[in-house]
Design a protein around this ligand. Structure first.
Ligand code: SAM
Length: 223
């Protein structure tokens, strides 16, 4: 349950510097205005994707959002340990995690057009018909994702559940503000490679010899 979750009144009410202290500018004592989270991993679980994305985008702030308290704490501890292990190098200073329900108040965390990438890796399938409205990709939520994503930004989805993959595709296809990447674009995107192999759920699927279905969509300009 998320009733005791706290949300910032607006993205400006968030103390982002606390999440990325290495990026604080010595002059202002705060983050430079252009240093904002630009990559979000929604339902990041145990954080494998954050850790693997970190060295690929060392200058980009990356945030995992996770609803489970213990899992969030685990990821937080893991990042603290990684930063300590690589002290002085700045490694892993660009990733962090926040506890939150991504299905609620996302625009309280991110400004319009702030994000360039959003990942939805192995989201909970909610198999039963009457539970479909709990899925993380719905028309209403896609409009929120379109709001926080900049034009040209990309939504990455991967699932081992064919039914959920079809569901995400059909909602993204129907939405006026998204278009699917071509097969070649998906194949050549390094983030697709990374998300296919780095998350804990993805590794579990590999061990069980399951399939992985991928679909990526670009945010296109408003009509
Ligand atoms: N992405 C990770 C991976 O691939 O290993 C985790 C996949 S796990 C099956 C789905 C995760 O989404 C869980 O950790 C769950 O707690 C989280 N989650 C579910 N609903 C959420 C929500 N509304 N907001 C944030 N996280 C959520």
């Amino acid at each position: 349950s998320d009733h005791q979750l706290e949300y910032p009144k607006s993205p400006r009410h968030m103390d982002w510097a606390r999440f990325y202290p290495d990026f604080i500018s010595k002059d202002s004592g705060t983050l430079p205005t252009d240093k904002r989270v630009e990559i979000a991993d929604i339902g990041c679980g145990f954080g494998g994707l954050l850790v693997d994305l970190s060295p690929e985008f060392p200058e980009t702030l990356i945030l995992g959002m996770e609803i489970r308290v213990q899992v969030t704490n685990y990821v937080e501890d893991k990042i603290i340990a990684l930063r300590a292990q690589h002290k002085g190098t700045g490694k892993y200073s660009n990733i962090n995690v926040i506890r939150g329900n991504a299905m609620k108040f996302l625009p309280n965390f991110f400004e319009k057009s702030q994000l360039k990438k959003m990942f939805f890796c192995f989201p909970d399938p909610h198999f039963k018909q009457r539970k479909h409205k709990a899925r993380i990709i719905t028309n209403t939520l896609l409009s929120e994702y379109a709001y926080v994503l900049r034009v040209g930004g990309i939504i990455y989805t991967i699932s081992d559940v064919l039914d959920l993959h079809e569901w995400m595709k059909s909602h993204l296809n129907e939405h006026p503000l998204f278009e699917r990447l071509t097969e070649l674009e998906e194949k050549e995107d390094k983030c697709v490679q990374i998300m296919t192999h780095s998350t804990e759920e993805g590794k579990k699927v590999e061990r069980n010899k399951g399939s992985k279905f991928i679909a990526c969509y670009r945010r296109i300009p408003d009509l």
